[in-house]
Design a protein around this ligand. Structure first.
Ligand SMILES: [Cu+2]
Length: 139
């Protein structure tokens, strides 16, 4: 009986230390392509489960020839956005990309698509691969 309890404790311990994925995406929204340009915006939260910072330096999509990391700012009451070279997610932290802040800009669609796939790279390392359908209109 005692041996049985010890084994159970070991098994429970093994399960709870199961490795989590290094980077997890939640609340992903890809806006419908804007008429004319075909541009979409991407919003999501990224959680870093590792002990080291993750820097997203490149995002790729099969459905868009160009995906940029953007940041919206308000300058003299005028909303502007600029490309940012990387997105840093510190160890154990969550970064949220949302309207009016940091976001993904999906440009130059490669063709009609119902699903958008996104690959996130830290330098040459693929750290996350996700996909989603189009949701709300870009505004
Ligand atoms: Cu933008």
């Amino acid at each position: 009986m005692r041996l049985y309890l010890v084994l159970t404790a070991i098994l429970i311990g093994a399960c709870s230390t199961e490795p989590q994925p290094p980077l997890v995406a939640t609340d992903l929204v890809i806006t419908r392509p804007m008429p004319g340009t075909g541009m979409s915006a991407g919003y999501l939260s990224l959680t870093n489960n590792t002990e080291q910072k993750i820097s997203i330096t490149r995002v790729a999509s099969a459905q868009f020839a160009s995906v940029q990391l953007h940041e919206s700012t308000l300058e003299n009451g005028v909303a502007r956005m600029r490309a940012i070279p990387e997105l840093e997610i510190r160890a154990g932290e969550t970064v949220t990309l949302q309207r009016g802040g940091k976001h993904l800009m999906l440009m130059r669609p490669t063709g009609p698509a119902d699903i958008v796939s996104l690959q996130f790279f830290d330098d040459e390392n693929l750290v996350l691969s996700i996909e989603a359908g189009f949701e709300t209109q870009l505004n």
